[in-house]
Design a protein around this ligand. Structure first.
Ligand code: NCD
Length: 315
């Protein structure tokens, strides 16, 4: 599909992966490639736009890549990183009131928030597009866009792949967003690997059953590494455990040791949304299957494309 610069995003807001139709992903990826090849032509594309980043949870990649994407397109940024400490949330202001007020000042709000339903609540009161940059344990749809973009660049397709998804699938959100995204494509199957207390969310498995998407569940990486095209590792989300002792004892239960990587298919790739902790030893970085730093770099181009499509469909 050729990208039509007059074709606006069909969505005002970006909330969850289930909302994306494949044609939207193609548009985002096509534009991401165009920007990557000829960034100079996009340098003033969002001149005059003001974008807010409002983050109440820790962030490195998402924060910097959205900020850099906005600035590299000529937009201005107004930010609160640590909105749980430095915005009026501290004084007891509701998310709804904050968003209502911020949306009167800017053209778009990139929101990361600890509440699972934060982006839906924000959309209900915002005058401007909301981009969900991570909502509690539920979704991280722009991460899923850059994950799918990474897979597309690697395999030249998004269908017919065996995808291993490992780690804390109970408390993570990137795994859900990726699976909802990739489940739209024919012939994909999912192979979940998680300790007993980190199993995939029932709603995600129900979605796969309803859509006839095959999946298997495992507790050991050994059971899947040989077969998959993509191994998507995630960390144990220790900060989201109710019991800190359980969090600590769960850390390190699922480690992709170098000898396991050697069992993988030669053309398979290892992905990770990052940050990594124990699950992905540094020795693997030099392995030809490692793609997680390229994956993180892809976030810039995908987020630039997304901002152009959401904010300025008519150049
Ligand atoms: C992830 C997140 O915030 O959900 N990080 C990211 O945005 N790349 C993954 C994580 O925190 O484990």
């Amino acid at each position: 599909m050729a990208f039509n610069p007059k074709y606006p995003s069909p969505y005002k807001h970006v909330i969850m992966s289930q909302q994306f139709v494949p044609a939207f992903l193609e548009q985002v990826f096509f534009l991401a490639d165009q920007i990557r090849e000829d960034e100079a032509s996009f340098r003033s594309r969002l001149q005059g736009f003001v974008i807010a980043e409002h983050f109440s949870e820790a962030s490195t990649r998402t924060w910097y890549s959205f900020g850099a994407a906005a600035v590299r397109l000529g937009a201005h940024l107004v930010c609160s990183q640590g909105s749980d400490k430095f915005s009026s949330e501290v004084k007891g202001e509701s998310l709804e009131d904050s968003i209502r007020v911020i949306s009167g000042n800017v053209h778009c709000i990139v929101l990361r928030h600890v509440d699972d339903d934060s982006s839906r609540r924000a959309v209900a009161v915002s005058k401007v597009p909301i981009i969900n940059a991570g909502s509690g344990k539920t979704q991280h749809p722009t991460q899923a866009l850059l994950d799918a973009y990474t897979i597309q660049r690697e395999f030249g397709q998004l269908h017919g792949l065996k995808i291993g998804v490992a780690g804390d699938l109970t408390r993570g959100r990137t795994c859900d967003s990726l699976v909802y995204n990739m489940a739209k494509y024919q012939g994909n199957s999912f192979h979940f690997v998680a300790p007993y207390n980190c199993k995939p969310k029932p709603g995600l498995l129900q979605h796969l059953r309803e859509h006839g998407v095959p999946f298997t569940e495992h507790e050991a990486l050994e059971e899947v590494v040989k077969d998959v095209d993509v191994l998507y590792m995630t960390r144990v989300q220790t900060e989201r455990f109710d019991d800190p002792e359980e969090a600590q004892s769960t850390r390190g239960k699922l480690i992709l040791y170098p000898h396991l990587v050697e069992l993988m298919r030669d053309a398979a790739i290892i992905m990770h949304p990052l940050p990594r902790v124990d699950e992905l030893p540094k020795e693997i970085d030099a392995n030809h299957r490692a793609r997680y730093f390229e994956q993180a770099d892809n976030g810039l181009w995908v987020r630039m494309a997304l901002l152009v499509m959401l904010l300025k469909p008519h150049p």
